[in-house]
Design a protein around this ligand. Structure first.
Ligand SMILES: [Ca+2]
Ligand SMILES: [Ca+2]
Ligand SMILES: [Ca+2]
Length: 233
């Protein structure tokens, strides 16, 4: 516990962002009641190919902004990325987002962290008045909306975070069998809850979900740490 004190300021900033996202999710939840297309884990899993396709588009964007092709986007590359996507945020907020998404503290935004970052920006900026400013982000919106839908499917009480008990209950209702997708999801849930407090925030969910969809294993992620890419295009 004592060791945590040194990270308090950062932790507080994370909490602030967590709360911001939480209320955003609650807001989306309220406004979308009655138009849910996901009714079971099966219907969630059936979306995976579509989500993977969307992620491929994102991979292209990631590579475009990773100017030195070292497999991660550093702070300056991120600032350029925001400029291009016409995301206007104060320096301080960009810094916070950068650290908030650099979950492995590797001093750079890797592909999975980049997806999380864009998704957060999309959610937090979505309803800004000048919609035409965010053409690219809006195009990406489809995939982010789907991810939010999955989250809402699991967030039965609609409080913007996932509780272990609720998730287990939901999944047992839909799938009582042991080797069911539900059981796999339970294991996933455990993985998602990074700080093991029994709750999964949207950020925790996003990282876990990307793993679940399979971007860590498949062709989307050919990160070669320590090597520079030999493919030149
Ligand atoms: Ca880079
Ligand atoms: Ca990182
Ligand atoms: Ca947690």
């Amino acid at each position: 516990m004592g060791a945590m004190i040194c990270c308090m300021t950062t932790a507080n900033k994370y909490k602030k962002l967590d709360r911001k996202l939480e209320s955003k999710i609650v807001e989306i939840n309220r406004s979308s009641t009655g138009q849910r297309s996901l009714k079971s884990i099966d219907s969630v899993v059936m979306r995976f190919p579509q989500i993977r396709e969307g992620l491929k588009t994102l991979k292209g964007i990631f590579e475009e902004f990773d100017e030195d092709s070292n497999g991660s986007i550093d702070y300056n590359e991120l600032k350029k990325c925001f400029e291009q996507l016409q995301v206007h945020l104060p320096e301080e907020e960009i810094k916070d987002l950068f650290h908030y998404c650099d979950i492995d503290r590797s001093k750079g935004i890797q592909f999975n962290e980049f997806i999380v970052l864009l998704c957060l920006i999309y959610l937090l900026e979505e309803h800004s008045s000048s919609d035409s400013d965010h053409v690219e982000l809006t195009q990406l919106g489809k995939i982010f909306n789907t991810i939010v839908e999955v989250f809402l499917f699991l967030d039965k009480n609609g409080d913007g975070k996932l509780n272990r008990k609720d998730v287990d209950k939901t999944l047992n209702e839909t799938y009582p069998l042991e080797r069911s997708p539900a059981n796999i999801t339970k294991i996933r849930f455990k993985e998602m809850d990074r700080d093991r407090n029994g709750q999964v925030t949207f950020r925790e969910f996003l990282f876990g979900f990307l793993k679940w969809v399979g971007i860590d294993e498949d062709e989307l992620n050919h990160q070669t740490e320590g090597h520079t890419s030999e493919i030149d295009d």
